[in-house]
Design a protein around this ligand. Structure first.
Ligand SMILES: CC(C)(COP(=O)(O)OP(=O)(O)OC[C@H]1O[C@@H](n2cnc3c(N)ncnc32)[C@H](O)[C@@H]1O)[C@@H](O)C(=O)NCCC(=O)NCCS
Ligand SMILES: Nc1ncnc2c1ncn2[C@@H]1O[C@H](COP(=O)(O)OP(=O)(O)OP(=O)(O)O)[C@@H](O)[C@H]1O
Length: 199
């Protein structure tokens, strides 16, 4: 039976950075963020539902979703965030599970589900083991501001929309401390996989 690993953390803690490292071990990753972009493309049901709920203000001229605009709205208002989650999450979950099944049927011994909101959405039951990518909050704010060009207020608002990463680390089967170099995180991942008998 395949081992299903849930990879999570908080915004900009380094999930995507760590998820790329599974490539070296030939372990497939199903990425919730990537799928959440696919399910809101024009023509998809969730796209129509978002326009109905948030209006045409969240569209660009070319009719694709204006993600920056939608982000500004939902990270400043919990009720609106829930409304968006209720539209997008079911579609993301269905597609993730289909992809995971595809990898398992193709004979993968291990599959990673990269799900930022694994604990918030109570999805830990979908996986056998959890890894949390951890960073201290000041590092997280610094990396988030730098990567997205956010102000400190915008960065803090996004961080506050999730369970603090320290609390997530306490719930995890394994933690990667990503405060150091990417190489140091790579070595921690190798050690976790070794401990779990995956390499
Ligand atoms: C609001 C949106 C349009 C902003 O898009 P943008 O391209 O700026 O960000 P992106 O999707 O790459 O998300 C970046 C990170 O933000 C955090 N995040 C995204 N959505 C949420 C949310 N609803 N609640 C808390 N954190 C969130 C996650 O840590 C994610 O990794 C987008 O995040 C979205 O559609 N969110 C709702 C779907 C969702 O929950 N996605 C995350 C996992 S499925
Ligand atoms: N160990 C590290 N040292 C320096 N920079 C890092 C390190 N790990 C990640 N980063 C940088 O920090 C930023 C956030 O990392 P990454 O995109 O992997 O986080 P994430 O958790 O996937 O974010 P999100 O929740 O928004 O999807 C990126 O710009 C990345 O290059």
């Amino acid at each position: 039976m395949a081992l299903i690993i849930g990879l999570t953390g908080s915004i900009a803690s380094g999930k995507s950075t760590v998820s790329l490292m599974f490539d070296d071990h030939n372990i497939p990753v199903v990425d919730a963020d990537k799928i959440s972009r696919e399910v809101v493309n024009p023509g998809e049901i969730a796209y129509d539902q978002i326009i109905e709920a948030f209006g045409k203000q969240v569209l660009r001229e070319d009719k694709t979703l204006n993600r920056e605009k939608l982000g500004e709205i939902i990270f400043a208002d919990e009720a609106k965030r829930k409304q968006l989650n209720d539209i997008v999450h079911p579609a993301v979950r269905e597609k993730m599970l289909m992809r995971k099944e595809g990898y398992v049927k193709a004979g993968a011994a291990c599959v990673v589900l990269d799900i930022p909101l694994l604990f918030e959405s109570k999805l830990a039951y979908l996986v056998d083991k959890t890894i949390v990518v951890y960073v201290d909050e000041h590092v997280q704010i610094e990396r988030l501001m730098k990567r997205n060009g956010y102000s400190e207020k915008e960065a803090k608002q996004r961080i506050a929309s999730q369970i603090p990463v320290k609390e997530k680390a306490a719930m995890a089967d394994a933690v990667i401390d990503n405060n150091g170099t990417k190489h140091a995180s790579y070595e921690q991942l190798e050690e976790i996989l070794r401990t779990w008998g995956i390499r």
